[in-house]
Design a protein around this ligand. Structure first.
Ligand SMILES: *Cc1c(COP(=O)(O)O)cnc(C)c1O
Length: 477
C-alpha cells in the first residue's frame, strides 16, 4: 500500500477533493436511510446496525471503503438537529459555512499553544476574542480592557470562571448559585476543592434576589455568585441588574453563565434582555447553542484582562522567556489545554459571513418560532403550557397526564425515531421540552410535533390498558 495522502501541503487540496465527494455522498445516503430526526428502534437496534457496519475496528489490512462506510453509518444513526422534529437540547444545527471553515481548521491543523505552530491562527484568535469581549463589555472599566478565552464549551468556561475567582479571592471563595444553575458550576467548585457551594432555591426558575441577599448575609464570604442568562431547562434569565447590585453591596464577585442566552447579544431587538451582563467579572458564552457552530465553540469573557495572569505558565519549549522578550507571542496562558485546535476559525468566518444583522436575524427567528409554538400549545386543549418563552425553549405537557406518562411519551418518540424532545422537572411536574434552534423550522413542523406527541400519548395509554388487562386476566379488548 502506498503512503496515505496528507491533508495539507501542496498535494492537500487535491487529496481532499475526492474524499469530500465520498463524505458528502455518504452523508446523503445515511440521512436518506434514516428518514427522520433520529434512527428508529432504540439503543439496541442502533448499536447492532453500527456494529454490523463497522465490523473489525482495527483489521489487519486496511479497508479502502472505510470512509464511506463509517460516515454513512454515523449519518444513518445520527440525531439530526437540522430536522425540525429534533428539538430536545441546546444542540444546534451547524451552519454550512461554519462546518466548511472547520474543515480548513483540521486540514491546516494549527495548534494554539505556541506562535510557531499557529502564526496566523493566533492573531485571528486574538482578534475574535477581543471582539467578543467588547460585545459583552462595551465599556471596559479601565485601560487594561476586557478579554476572552476560547474554550470547549460552557462547562470549561464555568470551571475557568471559578478558577479565576479562586486565584483572585483565595481558596476560601464559596460559590453561591441558584438551583436553576447549570450542574457544571457546583461540580467545578468540588473539582477545585472550594468550600461546599450554597445553592439558593429557585422555585420560579430564576434566582430570587431576596433569597440571594439572605444567603450572602447568612454565609461568610468571599463569594462567587453565579447567575444564569438562559437556563438550560426553561431558557429563563436571572434578574441580572439586581444580582449585580447585590454583589456590589456584599462585595461579592459575579459570574454570569450566558451559555445559552449570550447569543441575544447579536439581536438588536433582544440584547436588552441581557442588561446588567457587563457588571459580571466573567461571562460564559457558547456559540454552539445560539451561534450555530459545530461543537466546540465556547468562550469565557473576562472584564479585567489582568485576571488572566493567573493562567500564566512557562514551558521552555513553547514560550521561553527570551523568545517572549524577542517578540514571539506567549499563548500558553490562554488556556488550560496545551495542544489546541483553531476552533476560532469557524466562528470568525460565521461572524464575518453573516454579520451582526445575519446572526441577529437567526436569533430573532428561533425566538419568534418558539413564541408561535407556545401560542399553539396554549390554544390546544390537549396540552398545558408552562409559560411563554423568554428565549427559544418551550415547556409543555399533555393536559392531566401523570409524570410517568409524560416520560413515556418522550421515550416512545425516541424509540420510533419520530421526534426528539427533552424533559425538565419544574413546579413539581415533569414537562416536555422543545428547544427551538433551527431557523428553517416552519409553523407546520410545530403542528406535526404536537400531533406526534398526542399520538405517542394515545399509544402509551393503549399499551398501559393492555398491560392492565393482562395482569387482571381479562380477555384483550
Ligand atoms: C449548555 C450549558 C452549559 C454547558 O455547556 P457545554 O458547552 O455543554 O459544556 C452550561 N451552562 C448553561 C446554562 C448551558 O445551557
Amino acid at each position: 500500500m502506498s503512503t496515505p495522502s496528507l491533508a495539507s501541503g501542496p498535494g492537500g487540496p487535491n487529496a481532499l477533493r475526492p474524499l469530500l465527494e465520498t463524505v458528502l455522498d455518504a452523508l446523503a445516503l445515511g440521512a436518506r436511510a434514516r428518514g427522520g430526526p433520529l434512527p428508529a428502534g432504540g439503543p439496541d437496534a442502533v448499536a447492532a446496525r453500527v456494529r454490523a457496519a463497522v465490523g473489525d475496528v482495527l483489521p489487519r489490512d486496511g479497508d479502502p471503503d472505510a470512509l464511506h462506510t463509517l460516515v454513512q453509518a454515523l449519518a444513518e444513526g445520527a440525531a439530526d438537529p437540522a430536522d425540525p422534529l429534533c428539538a430536545a437540547h441546546l444542540h444546534c444545527p451547524p451552519l454550512a459555512v461554519a462546518v466548511a471553515a472547520d474543515l480548513a481548521a483540521s486540514a491546516l491543523n494549527p495548534s494554539l499553544d505556541s506562535w510557531d505552530q499557529a502564526p496566523a491562527a493566533s492573531e485571528l484568535e486574538a482578534l475574535v476574542t477581543g471582539a467578543l469581549a467588547r460585545e459583552v463589555y462595551p465599556d471596559p472599566p479601565d485601560e487594561h480592557g476586557a478579554d476572552a478565552l476560547v474554550t470547549t464549551g460552557g462547562t470549561e468556561s464555568n470551571q475557568l470562571a471559578l478558577l479565576l475567582a479562586r486565584e483572585t479571592l483565595g481558596a476560601g471563595v464559596r460559590l453561591v448559585c441558584g438551583a436553576n444553575a447549570h450542574h457544571s458550576l457546583p461540580r467545578a467548585a468540588r473539582l477545585l476543592g472550594l468550600p461546599e457551594p450554597v445553592i439558593v432555591p429557585a422555585p420560579a426558575g430564576t434566582l430570587d434576589p431576596a433569597a440571594l441577599d439572605e444567603a450572602l448575609t447568612a454565609v461568610p464570604g468571599p463569594w462567587l455568585v453565579a447567575g444564569t442568562a438562559g437556563t438550560t431547562d426553561a431558557g429563563l434569565i436571572d434578574p441580572l441588574p439586581e444580582l449585580a447590585g447585590l454583589c456590589r453591596a456584599h462585595h461579592a464577585r459575579l459570574h454570569v453563565d450566558a451559555a445559552y442566552g449570550g447569543g441575544l447579544l447579536f439581536s438588536a431587538r433582544r440584547r436588552g434582555l441581557l442588561t446588567g451582563l457587563a457588571a459580571a467579572h466573567t461571562v460564559t458564552l457558547d456559540l454552539h447553542k445560539l451561534g450555530w457552530q459545530p461543537v466546540p465553540a465556547g468562550f469565557l469573557a473576562v472584564r479585567d484582562a489582568r485576571d488572566l495572569g493567573a493562567l500564566h505558565q512557562r514551558a521552555d519549549y513553547l514560550n521561553a522567556a527570551d523568545d517572549t522578550e524577542a517578540g514571539l507571542p506567549d499563548l500558553l496562558g490562554r488556556s488550560l489545554r496545551t495542544s489546541r485546535r483553531p476552533d476560532v476559525l469557524k466562528t470568525a468566518v460565521t461572524l464575518k459571513a453573516l454579520g451582526r444583522a445575519g446572526l441577529g436575524a437567526l436569533v430573532d427567528q428561533v425566538c419568534e418560532l418558539a413564541g408561535q409554538f407556545a401560542e399553539r400549545v396554549r390554544d390546544d386543549p390537549r396540552f398545558e403550557l408552562y409559560d411563554r418563552p423568554t428565549l427559544s425553549t418551550v415547556l409543555f405537557r399533555p393536559a392531566d397526564a401523570p409524570d410517568d406518562a409524560v416520560a413515556a411519551v418522550r421515550r416512545h418518540l425516541l424509540e420510533q425515531g419520530r421526534a426528539v424532545l427533552g424533559r425538565a422537572r419544574l413546579d413539581g411536574h415533569l414537562w416536555l421540552k422543545a428547544t427551538i434552534l433551527n431557523p428553517h423550522t416552519r409553523p407546520a413542523d410545530l403542528t406535526s410535533l404536537l400531533t406526534a406527541v398526542a399520538q405517542a400519548l394515545r399509544a402509551g395509554e393503549a399499551s398501559r390498558e393492555r398491560a392492565k388487562d393482562l395482569a387482571e386476566g381479562n380477555t384483550p379488548r
